[in-house]
Design a protein around this ligand. Structure first.
Ligand code: TXA
Ligand code: MG
Length: 335
């Protein structure tokens, strides 16, 4: 990055003390290429969209997705929106029922997110959907977002680029003061966001459209294209990913296990897990919580297919461990 900052004089945000903010780069060809390279390296990029700035990482890379959750300090794994370059890319990741195709034709590129069934061969990290069978897709209209999607050739997971519980950022400087250079490789400065409000989110129950989040497109305009929109069954559920039932594997989970009992699979954490006769997965042999988050949903799914009971070793509760323990507790809840 040193060389790039000399070639393309970026400003770095002024942090008090020694903290170094990520570089803010004018989004020329070189900066876009640097951002694409960072994304292919599993690093994060501050990305302007027409709604709000996003904190983008490769949606195919579970570690990059885990780094997004770590940087935002989210207490739980809400599923993230995946940004795509065009409708063909959307079709490779998910199935679009007829009303979704009409909505995409009418409003993409633009501030509309569609929650769709994932294709089994999507190549997306499980963590991006937080273990759900659906994925939220959006084709942004901002020219810088479009240029980066074209340059990197990756679907990009990008929640709003604010620390958890804070306001969504609408200027590059908002992003720069919220993260440091270790968390975010660089920020593309695309100027203030034209809409300044997140995208509208539409899901589908059966084939009928359901408005999951009010946003940049008025409901009346959506309804002109897809007919009246239903409401989620439980309107209090802002993030459907929080529903305990979404995290329920068929297998029973036994938390805080020191070892697996006969007939149990073992979901381990850290070096030297206890010996296990049954199926074994280790969330992170290094004891690294970002790696563990990246592996969590995939390993739970794999063990769920292999055993009726899963013993889960304790995972520390700091950093991403809080969200990991939240998800494990939901998966273990009696039902
Ligand atoms: O305008 C926007 O949508 C911005 C820009 C950056 O594109 N992004 C954004 O992302 O607002 P985020 O992560 O802050 O909001 C994502 C929302 C959450 O409410 C989440 O619950 C919902 O999308 N969501 C994502 N995947 C979902 C899924 N599979 N099912 C239901 N809801 C989902
Ligand atoms: Mg947000």
């Amino acid at each position: 990055m040193q060389r790039l900052e000399r070639d393309n004089p970026g400003r770095t945000a002024g942090f008090p003390g020694n903290r170094q903010g990520p570089a803010l780069l004018a989004p020329g060809r070189q900066a876009i290429a640097a951002a694409a390279a960072a994304l292919h390296d599993g690093r994060l990029v501050g990305l302007p969209t027409e709604t709000v700035y996003g904190l983008a990482g490769a949606a195919t890379d579970p570690l990059a997705v885990a780094r997004i959750f770590a940087a935002k300090g989210r207490p739980a794994f809400n599923p993230l929106i995946v940004h795509v370059a065009d409708r063909a890319a959307a079709g490779r990741l998910a199935h679009l029922p007829a009303p979704a195709q009409s909505l995409a034709a009418a409003f993409w590129p633009g501030p509309l997110t569609l929650v769709l069934p994932r294709r089994p061969d999507s190549g997306l990290a499980e963590l991006v959907s937080a273990g759900l069978d659906t994925v939220a897709l959006r084709m942004p209209a901002h020219p810088v977002a479009r240029a980066l999607l074209a340059a990197c050739g990756l679907p990009l997971a990008a929640p709003s680029a604010n620390p958890s519980g804070r306001l969504s950022p609408t200027r590059a400087g908002d992003v720069a003061v919220a993260f440091d250079a270790a968390q975010v490789a660089l920020i593309l400065d695309g100027g203030p966001c034209a809409i300044g409000l997140e995208s509208s989110i539409v899901g589908f129950a059966g084939d009928g459209p359901v408005l999951l989040r009010q946003g940049g497109i008025a409901e009346e305009r959506l309804a002109e294209v897809c007919g009246p929109l239903g409401r989620p069954v439980d309107p209090k559920v802002q993030a459907p990913g929080m529903l305990a039932s979404h995290y329920a594997p068929a297998a029973r989970l036994r938390l805080d296990a020191a070892a697996a009992a006969p007939g149990e699979a073992l979901l381990a954490f850290g070096p030297q897990p206890p010996p296990c006769d049954g199926p074994l997965r280790n969330l992170s042999p290094q004891g690294d919580l970002v790696e563990a988050a990246a592996n969590l949903f995939r390993m739970l799914r794999e063990l769920d297919g292999l055993a009726g009971r899963i013993a889960v070793m304790p995972v520390p509760a700091h950093g991403l461990g809080a969200a990991i323990n939240d998800r494990l507790a939901r998966a273990a809840a009696p039902r």
